[in-house]
Ligand binder design. Structure first.
Ligand code: GLC
Length: 519
């Protein structure tokens, strides 16, 4: 059973001595307040007549990002807070790569020790309020003072500590959320610990876990030997986390949570099928009664062609003239001939197989025989990176391969190209197709997951259904030919750029789901 020892804030890991000292006073006050009965309403909790939601995730914008998950954590939490109905807070690890600009402003709240099996680990707590949302950062230098977020031999232990810390800091903060919204396998253990341990304590009895799958491919699988020693799970609960003769944390969270969701309705259907489920389909089918699919939104203010200062020139859906400047400047920047009538087909993607790269590598040379230019941005598997580098050497006037991760260039590509290719084999939601639309760039997508739910043929893009290279090429050629009809194409650009991809619908769906869970 986990025990928490709350200690005074010390200068260790504090941003400055001053903040730590101030926090020390606050922390000891908090220690006292946690002893009060939880049901008693304090002045501080009076503001919290609002429902309390805690997002538990391994990354969040604007602090740290390796992909779509962080965008969703940052923008959904903000959208929910903006309704005024929820006290939304987010907790993530304090990685050393967290953006300095923000980190310097974090407040040190104090520290406690988190007990996990035989380990007793320091856990510092920092906080920062951003756009109506309070963010907490879990500090432990042994686990998180490393470059990047993932890919370490002890990731299981790191996120077990993080998940346990999330439950342990609740008394310290005197914040017991009604909904603990856990995202992906890194936060799965928070749902598992709630069900197997904490829910039996009075303070946690009203906390319900929602588990959201952003990608079923990454499940957090470990040897069964680690059950007690690393994850501190009793043998009697092994059945909850065991799958395929190993520990599967995503499976455990699906079993333990009150409800679970995916990031698009189509993906919620797809993961019942072995083709998409990476082995978990029997578990998904058995728990189907608690599954919902809610399409992600994007931060439509952050992706706004009229205001985005990364663009060579701003434009609006009513007047796309600035977009031609974006296009010719992009061509210049990437050393492509500045041809206004030649459509640019772009991809901003991780260069990995499930993003449909196999289809692209299969037919791209055929496509390059046509009057098109192709722009690639992204990093990934070395054979795909090498493939595009070689192709750029072979077709310097037609293909630009940018094997980097560059946020500024990505926006120049979204705004300066005409067609955006996203032929994923599977795509839980996908945000790039929505971003492309916002910049009047027409997506061509495979009908899967969130691509299917967000892009409708000839309404705001082009689609194809089979995972087949020539089906894709056929649709690209259709789009390239339609591109010549300027009047119709401009109407299509307008419809794409004005499609509502904001959180307004989906945040309501999450609200309904939360309320349903709390009934
Ligand atoms: C994952 C998925 C992607 C989704 C994102 C945010 O990265 O692969 O499809 O858009 O999470 O939910």
């Amino acid at each position: 059973m986990a025990t928490t020892k709350i200690t005074k804030a010390t200068t260790k890991n504090a941003v400055t001595k001053g903040t730590a000292a101030k926090a020390a006073a606050g922390a000891s006050k908090k220690t006292a307040s946690t002893k009060k009965p939880v049901s008693k309403k304090t002045a501080a909790s009076a503001i919290n007549e609002k429902k309390k939601i805690l997002f538990v995730a391994s990354e969040s914008q604007p602090f740290i990002s390796t992909g779509g998950l962080s965008e969703v954590i940052g923008s959904l939490s903000k959208a929910l807070a903006a309704t005024g109905k929820y006290d939304v807070r987010v907790v993530i690890p304090l990685y050393s790569d967290i953006n300095r600009k923000y980190r310097e402003k974090f407040t040190y709240l104090g520290n406690l020790y988190v007990h996990l099996a035989w380990r007793n680990q320091y856990c510092g707590i920092f906080s920062y309020e951003h756009e109506g949302v309070i963010f907490y950062f879990i500090d432990n230098e042994f686990y998180f003072k490393r470059p990047g977020c993932y890919g370490y031999y002890d990731d299981g232990e790191r996120f077990a500590f993080f998940s346990r810390a999330v439950l342990e800091i609740m008394p310290f903060l005197n914040f017991y959320p009604e909904v603990m919204h856990c995202h992906d396998w890194q936060a799965a253990l928070a749902a598992i610990y709630l069900k197997t341990n904490y829910c039996f304590r009075e303070e946690y009895q009203y906390t319900r876990a929602l588990f959201t799958i952003h990608n079923i491919e990454y499940q957090g699988q470990y040897s069964l030997d680690l059950l007690g020693d690393l994850f501190d799970i009793y043998g009697s609960y092994q059945y909850l986390v065991e799958y395929g003769n190993c520990i599967n944390l995503m499976k455990g969270a699906i079993e333990c949570c009150e409800r679970f969701s995916t990031v698009s309705p189509k993906y919620a259907q797809e993961i019942k099928d072995p083709y998409y489920a990476h082995g978990l389909d029997p578990i998904i089918r058995r728990n189907e009664f608690k599954l919902t699919g809610i399409l992600n939104g994007i931060d439509d203010k952050g992706y706004n062609c009229a205001l985005d200062n990364h663009l060579f020139k701003n434009f609006t859906p009513e007047d796309f003239s600035g977009k031609s400047v974006c296009k010719s400047e992009l061509q210049k920047m990437l050393n492509l001939p500045q041809k206004p009538e030649t459509p640019i087909v772009s991809m901003v993607s991780r260069l990995v197989s499930h993003k449909g790269l196999d289809l692209v590598t299969n037919v791209i040379e055929e496509l390059l025989q046509d009057d098109v230019q192709v722009v690639i941005l992204g990093t990934g598997d070395s054979h795909f990176e090498g493939f595009f580098r070689n192709l750029a050497r072979k077709y310097p006037d037609k293909l630009s391969a940018n094997i980097v991760f560059n946020g500024d260039l990505s926006r120049k590509i979204y705004s300066g190209s005409d067609i955006f290719l996203m032929p994923s084999k599977s795509e839980p939601c996908g945000l790039s197709q929505m971003i492309a639309c916002r910049y009047g760039t027409i997506p061509i997508v495979r009908e899967t997951g969130g691509l299917y739910d967000s892009i409708k043929p000839l309404v705001n893009g082009y689609t194809f259904s089979n995972y087949n290279a020539h089906d894709m090429l056929y649709v690209i050629r259709q789009a390239v030919s339609d591109y010549k009809n300027k009047e119709e194409w401009t109407k299509l650009m307008y419809r794409a750029a004005t499609t509502d991809f904001s959180w307004s619908h989906s945040a309501k769906d999450y609200e309904a789901l939360y309320l349903n869970m709390l009934k």
